[in-house]
Design a protein around this ligand. Structure first.
Ligand code: ZN
Length: 680
């Protein structure tokens, strides 16, 4: 599970007091965190403080793992839509080789479109999942393709360019074709109406029946059914095509395995070596029991400084929440910042025992909540260029409850968000009063970080399912409910006196910065991410509106939270912060009950009542005010570049990191050096 950057404001207020600590003093001002801005996107870059201080062996390990990370890029493009790879390559061929007017409106629009395709790993918005509207004409693109040498843009054997255009142009230009990557609209066939490439020719009912027949409700250690395969209908029969060496995506996975084998040789500890070896076996066999064994080894490897995620991990891209998109993150522990999260984790049992949840649904023993702050060395797959700021894995419920989970917050990424957003005018426009602005200024970074830590370290790991409850019982509502559960756990405790007692906040007002920004974001400002007329689809956004709307409605009689108009502008006002906390506690108890008992009807009711619908007038107002600030609602990152330095005998003697690559330069380099899959 991931924690995404919670609010836009966030950008200015997320990181803790430890942000500056990571900076060697002289280079701070010289480092430019911003790269470029287009459409609704801003590209940033991040530093990797501490990399130089790693041992040569650790650097070598990081280097091999980053190569293993980048080799999976094409997998995600294909998972996000079956035409994405061929479209990306056609666009790149034209972009690199076009001899006509590169300043024409059509070419410029195509350039923006390509930049968006790179950003989204496909032709649908990375967040809202709606298809991009191209700003260039089919005539322009056809002409440009005709002028591009066929050797630069490979077609299928025997295929003419005209055939390609006839097949692919509707996918790009016709708004009715594949309009959404992930459709979550209640009542529709979610598979037939979603453009993601996890199912082919299979209805939702067929897919659900296929997997239900395989599940044994008495199995207490079930595999993650369907996690690493495409479900297709062949000659009337439904079959799983597994992603593995020798299977689907085999060419890419072989390259990943090649680099993992190198990494295995320089592993820091025998435990880490075993983790990598098991992952290789999983990639070679596609066996999901092996995947669980790998996840258990991984969660227990706590002593290695360098760590990684590499594989089919999160299921947000599948409307049924079963099939996982490919992603990778290579990182190493930030030793000093980790002390903060360790304090929280050490007290995990106290938090579990004192939560407002019914004791039936509490864990008697919270196990293995490990938490650390990490420094990202590379982002890849579904974590690139847009990334989470916190991650909690593995996702299998029984592994989490029997073996624990690893929880991380990514310090250098959060830091880059904050640095890049400093002073952008957002808070001044949307925050109601000087008092709140003051709190946000003083405590916003700290409590934002603390909320992330509580969400990741405790929230996802808290509570338990009652015996026999299917972990997938909440179906399409599962992700939203799970994120709400983790967020509420964090919201409830960020205001607890325990925070002061543990020395995590300076005084009793600090939490108000987080409460205010959370509500402002959930009730209003996150709407800048939604196109006019659209509803909220993405699980994290749904979760935030669910929580904010619910407490707003429930506290209405007592005016706990209000939305007021001043000079025609709406502001969120919190009148009673203590009552607000009580409301968060009540909702946490209910959400935990829903999760623990698998109460699908209640989950649907909560999500559909509070999380989805948008007030069109408020939405329009927020968009207009936001537009005037000229900020991009979504951010993503260019990776640093690593270069292995070898001596005359070919031995690796150093790994150099550099930060000067452009967005376009990096994307074109990745497309050239890591082209692992055929687009057909
Ligand atoms: Zn989460």
């Amino acid at each position: 599970m991931k924690k995404q950057i919670g609010s836009l404001l966030a950008a200015a207020t997320l990181l803790s007091a430890c942000g500056n600590r990571q900076e060697p003093s002289t280079t701070v001002e010289q480092f430019d965190y911003t790269v470029e801005q287009f459409a609704d996107l801003q590209i940033l870059r991040y530093r990797v403080p501490g990399f130089e201080e790693l041992s040569l062996k650790q650097k070598e390990l990081v280097y091999y793992l980053t190569e293993a990370a980048l080799q999976g890029r094409d997998i995600l493009f294909d998972q996000n839509g079956k035409y994405n790879l061929t479209i990306r390559r056609a666009l790149e061929a034209v972009y690199v080789n076009y001899k006509g007017d590169r300043n024409s409106a059509d070419f410029k629009a195509m350039e923006i479109y390509l930049k968006r395709v790179w950003f989204s790993n496909g032709i649908h918005h990375h967040y809202g999942s709606e298809k991009f509207v191209p700003g260039f004409t089919p005539e322009f693109f056809r002409q440009a393709l005709q002028e591009t040498s066929p050797s630069l843009f490979p077609l299928k054997e025997g295929q003419q360019l005209e055939d390609w255009c006839n097949e692919i142009f509707p996918v790009i230009f016709d708004p009715a074709v594949m309009p959404k990557r992930v459709n979550q609209a209640d009542g529709e066939d979610l598979l037939l109406t979603s453009a993601c490439n996890y199912y082919d020719g299979v209805t939702q009912q067929e897919a659900e029946a296929f997997y239900n027949a395989r599940k044994d409700p008495k199995d207490e250690t079930p595999i993650s059914y369907g996690l690493n395969s495409r479900l297709v209908k062949e000659e009337g029969k439904i079959v799983e095509k597994v992603w593995k060496v020798g299977g689907l995506y085999g060419e890419a996975i072989e390259k990943i395995v090649f680099w993992l084998k190198k990494a295995e040789e320089v592993a820091e500890t025998p435990e880490q070596k075993a983790v990598i070896a098991k992952l290789i076996t999983f990639y070679e066999t596609g066996d999901l029991k092996t995947f669980d064994e790998y996840a258990i080894l991984w969660v227990k490897d706590l002593n290695s400084r360098v760590d990684f995620v590499n594989g089919f991990t999160e299921t947000y891209g599948d409307p049924l929440g079963m099939k996982a998109s490919w992603e990778s993150l290579v990182n190493f522990k930030d030793l000093e910042a980790t002390r903060r999260t360790e304090t929280i984790s050490r007290n995990a049992q106290w938090f579990e025992d004192h939560s407002p949840v019914d004791s039936l649904f509490k864990k008697e023993q919270v196990k293995g909540v490990s938490a650390k702050v990490i420094t990202a060395a590379i982002l890849a797959g579904d974590l690139y260029p847009s990334t989470a700021i916190g991650i909690n894995l593995p996702n299998a419920n029984w592994i989490r409850s029997m073996h624990g989970s690893k929880s991380v917050t990514i310090g250098n990424i959060t830091d880059a968000y904050n640095k890049a957003a400093h002073g952008n005018g957002f808070n001044e426009e949307f925050v109601c009063d000087a008092r709140e602005l003051g709190w946000i200024d003083r405590y916003g970074d700290l409590t934002g970080n603390l909320h992330t830590d509580l969400h990741e370290c405790l929230g996802h790991g808290s509570g338990k399912l009652l015996p026999g409850v299917d972990p997938d019982a909440l179906k399409a509502y599962g992700s939203t409910i799970e994120e709400a559960r983790a967020d509420l756990f964090g919201l409830y405790y960020v205001a607890d006196a325990k925070m002061q007692e543990l020395g995590l906040v300076p005084d009793a007002d600090a939490y108000k910065a987080e409460y205010y920004t959370y509500l402002m974001n959930g009730l209003m400002t996150q709407l800048v991410r939604i196109e006019p007329g659209n509803e909220i689809e993405e699980a994290h956004m749904r979760n935030r509106q669910l929580i904010a709307r619910w407490v707003y409605e429930q506290g209405k009689a007592e005016k706990v939270v209000e939305i007021v108009k001043r000079d025609g502008k709406s502001y969120v006002i919190v009148n009673d912060y203590e009552k607000l906390r009580t409301l968060f506690g009540r909702l946490l108890a209910e959400i935990q009950r829903i999760k623990s008992t698998g109460d699908f009807a209640a989950a649907r009711n909560l999500v559909e009542s509070y999380a989805v619908k948008v007030d069109p007038a408020l939405h329009a107002e927020v968009l207009e005010r936001y537009k005037a600030l000229n900020l991009a609602p979504y951010k993503g990152f260019v990776n640093p570049r690593y270069e292995a330095v070898a001596d005359a005998e070919g031995r690796l003697v150093d790994v150099k990191v550099s930060y000067d690559e452009s967005y376009v330069g990096q994307m074109l380099r990745y497309s050239k050096d890591y082209a692992t899959l055929s687009p057909f």
